[in-house]
Design a protein around this ligand. Structure first.
Ligand code: ADP
Ligand code: MG
Length: 304
């Protein structure tokens, strides 16, 4: 055993990267905890698989479309970011535009058909502020997406459309329908339950979209596996055994059931474990760390 492994043990509860970080300074460890990370879990893997299927799907008359629905902070955008990274845009030396099979865009606030086209053209640096009418913008957008070779167009935060007037919403969905029919591309929407209400409000749209829910977490085997995965990447020098039933239940009860709040809680607890010198997340770390559970936050807001 060399000197470094002798000092901290083998750190076999950590993945190699996290084990390396665990051997470094506290400030390096705190920086590492703050980094964005991706941990696999069943629903994310399944949805990613469905997204891959869409990219591979041949262009047919009625392309399948997906709606990913889940509470805010429960991992929707992370799945979409991973999807975009897997199919990056490529340079195209033979033409003026990039090639990209997957495009991810944010739903513009209060969107209608014209706003989708504007947003698309803006995102691809092809929007010029000359006043164009809907027909011209539509032609520009269709031509551009065809040239780029898009197969899947993703709109995140589609619940923003809920703030539109009914006629804007109708026009927004008309635009989407137009794009999928004309270009034979799949459209993927992601949003909260408000997005589901929107899609279900129009039977023609509803029939086009398969729903992929991202449910809140329960204390079950899948949740305990997620906690075990978190433990492997948090650079603490002692094992915490986060997946034991007692700790899993406590963590769940302090979170709001979203992966985002679980992640925030565990990051805060890991920081507490480092600064207290305990080097593991135990009940005290979870209860005393700088994470404020949602119920307490609501109480705080009421009190000020
Ligand atoms: N696969 C994952 N592994 C680890 N943490 C995740 C994962 N997905 C999401 N998170 C955490 O949850 C937070 C919220 O995720 P995000 O995708 O922004 O949620 P949503 O789009 O549903 O509001 C992220 O900032 C991250 O901390
Ligand atoms: Mg999001």
């Amino acid at each position: 055993m060399n000197a470094i492994t002798a000092e901290f043990g083998t750190l076999s509860h950590l993945l190699p990267n996290a084990a390396d970080v665990a051997r470094s300074s506290d400030s390096d460890r705190l920086d590492y905890i703050a980094l964005d990370r991706w941990l696999p879990y069943r629903r994310a893997i399944d949805i990613s698989q469905r997204l891959d299927d869409l990219v591979r799907m041949p262009r047919v008359n009625r392309m399948p479309c997906l709606l990913i629905v889940g509470r805010s902070n429960n991992g929707k955008s992370h799945i979409l970011e991973r999807f975009a990274e897997k199919y990056p845009a490529e340079e195209n030396l033979d033409g003026p535009n990039i090639k990209a099979r997957v495009l991810v865009m944010q739903t513009p606030p209060r969107p209608d058909e014209v706003e989708i086209y504007r947003q698309l053209l803006r995102m691809l640096n092809r929007y010029h502020r000359v006043s164009k009418d809907r027909g011209e913008l539509r032609t520009d957008a269709i031509k551009l997406l065809r040239d780029i070779g898009v197969k899947v167009l993703v709109l995140d935060e589609v619940n923003y459309a809920m703030a539109s007037t009914p006629s804007h919403r109708e026009s927004f969905f008309n635009g989407l329908r137009y794009l999928t029919n004309e270009l034979r591309i799949s459209i993927v929407l992601a949003g909260t339950d408000k997005a589901l209400q929107l899609v279900n409000a129009d039977p023609q749209i509803a029939s086009r979209f398969q729903i992929e829910p991202l449910p809140l977490w329960k204390v079950d085997a899948e949740f305990r596996t997620l906690l075990a995965n978190f433990e492997q990447v948090l650079p603490l020098r002692e094992p915490s055994h986060l997946s034991t039933k007692a700790l899993a239940s406590l963590i769940h009860s302090r979170s709001d059931g979203t992966i985002g709040s679980v992640s925030e809680l565990l990051n805060a607890a890991a920081k507490w474990a480092i600064s207290s010198g305990k080097e593991r997340i135990d009940e005290a770390a979870i209860l005393n760390c700088a994470f404020v559970p949602l119920d307490d936050r609501k109480r705080l807001i009421r009190d000020v």
